[in-house]
Design a protein around this ligand. Structure first.
Ligand code: ADP
Ligand code: MG
Ligand code: ZN
Length: 209
């Protein structure tokens, strides 16, 4: 059983690949806090307006109102009066998010951060590794591999149906872009164009050393 610290705030991190249910889990926790009549503040990075600019929306259509914030500093101000703070897509924030979240927790708030633990290459994403290290509670969710049906821990990025190259931009919203949840065996990273002939070791499946 998990005992929540009561005299001060704390940080919970919900991570995993795309489609693993991070946003659903964040909303479930926020709804329960609302039922308990706690003051809830949900934010998301202003960059993420794929489904809705002012709501957290899950892949299955569950939604909850959220304030878009451009920086972690803006979150600090918004969260001033909240008992519970929810941050979706936390990986898109700068490392400043860590200090803001720590200070909110020290100030007595419960903070829940949901985000991708790794990017499409399988590497730690933005402030997530630091958040995971300092959190009181961590949940790592799994999706279903789009290819084989096994538990998926990685995010596959496809560009025009092909694995995206290792040196592609991390944040791209463009035509031909597609994401899938994949298990370790099915996950693929394309090799960078200029070194394609030299680095055959990077050919699929990619496993970081
Ligand atoms: P995340 O925020 O982690 O990207 P969401 O909470 O938005 O995930 O969506 C999770 C939901 O997506 C699941 O409950 C399920 O209905 C749906 N879904 C679609 N594809 C998959 C998949 N490959 N694995 C698991 N769930 C999936
Ligand atoms: Mg999500
Ligand atoms: Zn698989």
């Amino acid at each position: 059983m998990r005992l929540a610290p009561s005299s001060h705030g704390w940080l919970e991190v919900v991570c995993g690949p795309m489609f693993s249910g991070k946003s659903e889990e964040l909303m479930r926790r926020m709804r329960r806090a609302e039922i308990a009549r706690q003051q809830v503040c949900i934010v998301k990075p202003a960059i993420d307006d794929r489904y809705d600019a002012v709501a957290v929306v899950s892949h299955a259509g569950m939604r909850m109102e959220a304030r878009p914030v451009a920086t972690a500093g803006a979150l600090r101000e918004l969260a001033e009066d909240a008992d519970v703070v929810g941050v979706d897509e936390a990986h898109f924030f700068s490392d400043d998010l860590v200090a803001v979240v720590q200070s909110l927790a020290r100030g007595g708030r419960r903070v829940v951060c949901a985000g991708l633990d790794t990017d499409y290459r399988g590497l730690p994403f933005g402030p997530m590794p630091h958040l995971l290290a300092v959190a009181e509670f961590v949940d790592k969710l799994q999706a279903v591999c789009h290819r084989c049906g096994a538990a998926a821990t990685m995010t596959q990025r496809l560009v025009n149906g092909e694995p995206a190259p290792f040196d592609g931009a991390l944040v791209v919203v463009g035509a031909g872009e597609q994401y899938e949840a994949r298990c370790r065996d099915c996950h693929q990273v394309g090799i960078p164009e200029p070194t394609a002939c030299r680095s055959r070791r990077l050919a699929r499946p990619y496993h970081p050393a």
